[in-house]
Design a protein around this ligand. Structure first.
Ligand code: FES
Length: 210
């Protein structure tokens, strides 16, 4: 640790690419923000009820903090859980922390505050009060680990699996869906004909297991 500022000294890793060695700065983590500009299908779409997220708000906050060498910022396309957007995902200290429903610009500095707090602590911390309702685990926990849950007890109940389009994992109500098939003794609903077509080509591929 550098005692002057409590941070670890910068370190690099040597990587070989195209036959040459390069030094890559090792960072504590990466924040991925789902961005309309990069082809998201829901996040940032005002017409779909989401705040039109300006990439600039995120990048200005990131630059203002001078944390480029500790936390990388990436604007991504669709991260997957579109129904919960606006979405972001923070990979830090070997953990993937998912953010959803980021529909206020006020939340942007709070996400960075949380990331910086964890960088300074050198470990994953529970979300602060302002973000508690915006943080959850999307990835399954490693089979054996000292694992700190991000969601409140009772939030991981598996409800709604019968409403998932098994191809794109969107929430679709079978009672009103236009595109359905009967399979395995139940009605499976799809958000679009393309999902239905993919499913019918190989139903076993989309078994609802993980
Ligand atoms: S569009 Fe953002 S997660 Fe899919």
């Amino acid at each position: 640790m550098n005692e002057a500022n409590g941070r670890r000294p910068l370190s690099t890793v040597r990587v070989n690419a195209r036959g040459e060695d390069y030094r890559v700065v090792r960072v504590g983590g990466n924040l991925f923000v789902c961005a309309k500009e990069n082809g998201s299908c829901c996040c940032g779409w005002e017409e779909k009820g989401r705040m039109p997220f300006e990439n600039q708000l995120w990048s200005d906050e990131w630059e203002r903090r001078g944390i480029r060498n500790r936390l990388h910022l990436t604007f991504s396309g669709c991260l997957g859980p579109c129904i919960a957007g606006n979405n972001a995902m923070l990979q830090l200290h070997g953990r993937s922390i998912w953010f959803k429903d980021l529909n206020s610009a006020d939340l942007i500095p709070k996400v960075f505050d949380y990331a910086e707090e964890m960088l300074a602590a050198g470990k994953v911390l529970p979300p602060p009060d302002d973000l508690r309702g915006h943080v959850y685990d999307r990835y399954l926990a490693p089979p054996e680990d000292d694992w700190l849950p991000m969601s409140a007890p009772g939030e991981d109940d598996g409800d709604g699996l019968d409403r998932l389009d098994p191809v794109c994992l969107m929430d679709v109500d079978p009672a009103t869906a236009k595109h359905t098939v009967e399979y395995g003794g139940r009605v499976i609903a799809f958000c679009a004909p393309s999902c239905k077509k993919q499913f019918l080509a190989n139903p076993a591929q989309f078994a609802m297991t993980s």
